[in-house]
Design a protein around this ligand. Sequence first.
Ligand SMILES: [Zn+2]
Ligand SMILES: [Zn+2]
Length: 68
Amino acid sequence: MEMTRGLLIKLKKSNRLFEMCDCGHYGGVSPNSVHGDRFEHGHGACSDCDCKQFTWIYFCDETGDELK
Ligand SMILES: [Zn+2]
Ligand SMILES: [Zn+2]
């Protein structure tokens, strides 16, 4: 648990924290987010599929691997 928190802080600082949407595409704070800025940055509709709103499922790295 403590390690995970340290990792997240490190990733946030290095700007390499990615957020995965329910639809399988990046959103939220991800530098490569494909979700619009409707509610908050990266929380709108997905431009790669029919997803209407970003639904956070997990933090991940740039390859889409979940951070545990
Ligand atoms: Zn989505
Ligand atoms: Zn999508």
